[in-house]
Design a protein around this ligand. Structure first.
Ligand code: FES
Length: 293
């Protein structure tokens, strides 16, 4: 299959992908073990945007755009405490409770309204220890199907719900997301070196993969496009609580973007591109792009 170069360089294509694919998919954004107590929260990037997922007082999860209602700055920033009973924007001290309701806004004149402004909630789900976010642009865009169950995949480990997770590891690469997606299995094996030699990799949503190296370790891999030529790749490494730590699990914290770029550059020509693009064009018919090619 000959893929037009504009598919990787045209910002209008990314906008279409966001609208028709990325905003309409569930993304695995973390592990429930990072969100055990009320106030626990995690930051993630999905579909070019920043999100915050919080554990509410009654135990449910809530997800919001990480964007303050005042002037749009991030409410939570990398390095902030992983838990707090309030979401406090450091820029001008607007404060939100865990339901996203604005409870404090210095210098904001009273509006007389009985319903204070609220951060818009987005769909978030927890299954088998994994946390899924649907970054739908509108309610009508929320995927009808619930998040796929990993145990429906071949070779999914039986211990997934009780798994132990390493912190999500993310690196950013100067590459279009489709070039990474189209060769993900080869790329992971090359990147992880000997530790990844036995990986079996399955697609898991349009921008996700689920990989196992044995019955002791699993990887949930997710791509998050930042721009046409810049992509985050996140790895969530899981292991059985009863098995020793494997080399694959152990390798996560030392993985860096230069190694990934090198692994990508060293891949032999060819690969599994047709397989990826068959799925891609099934979700995004080529007629969507007619004005771009
Ligand atoms: S941008 Fe958050 S308080 Fe001003």
């Amino acid at each position: 299959m000959v893929i037009p170069e504009t598919l990787f360089t045209d910002r209008e294509v990314l906008i279409l992908e966001l609208r028709d694919l990325l905003f309409r998919s569930w993304a695995v954004v973390g592990h429930a073990s990072a969100l055990t107590s009320p106030g626990d929260r995690l930051l993630c990037d999905v579909a070019t945007r920043s999100w915050v997922v919080v554990r509410q007082a009654e135990g449910r999860l809530a997800a919001f755009r990480n964007r303050c209602l005042h002037a749009g700055y991030p409410i939570v920033e990398t390095g902030d405490a992983p838990s707090s009973t309030l979401l406090i924007c450091r820029h001008h001290d607007w404060r939100y409770d865990l339901s996203g309701r604005l409870i404090h806004a210095p210098h904001l004149p009273p509006t007389g309204s009985t319903s204070p402004p609220c951060l818009k909630p987005y769909a978030v789900e927890e299954r088998d220890g994994l946390v899924y976010l649907a970054p739908a642009a509108s309610e009508g865009d929320v995927p009808a199907a619930k998040p796929p169950r990993p145990d429906a995949l071949p070779e999914a480990p039986h211990w997934l719900a009780g798994s132990v997770a390493a912190p999500v590891h993310t690196v950013t690469l100067a590459e279009n997301w489709k070039r990474l997606a189209s060769r993900m299995a080869e790329l992971l094996r090359a990147w992880l070196g000997p530790a990844g030699g036995a990986l079996r990799v399955h697609p898991y949503g349009p921008l996700g993969w689920f990989a196992t190296d044995s019955q002791a370790t699993a990887l949930v891999v997710r791509l998050a496009p930042r721009d046409v030529g810049q992509t985050d790749i996140s790895l969530l490494a899981l292991r059985s609580p009863s098995e020793p730590v494997s080399a694959c699990f152990d390798a996560m914290p030392s993985l860096r973007a230069p190694q990934l770029a090198e692994a990508l550059g060293a891949l032999p020509p060819g690969g599994v591109e047709d397989d990826f693009y068959a799925r891609y064009f099934a979700l995004l018919p080529i007629s969507n792009f007619s004005s771009h090619f």
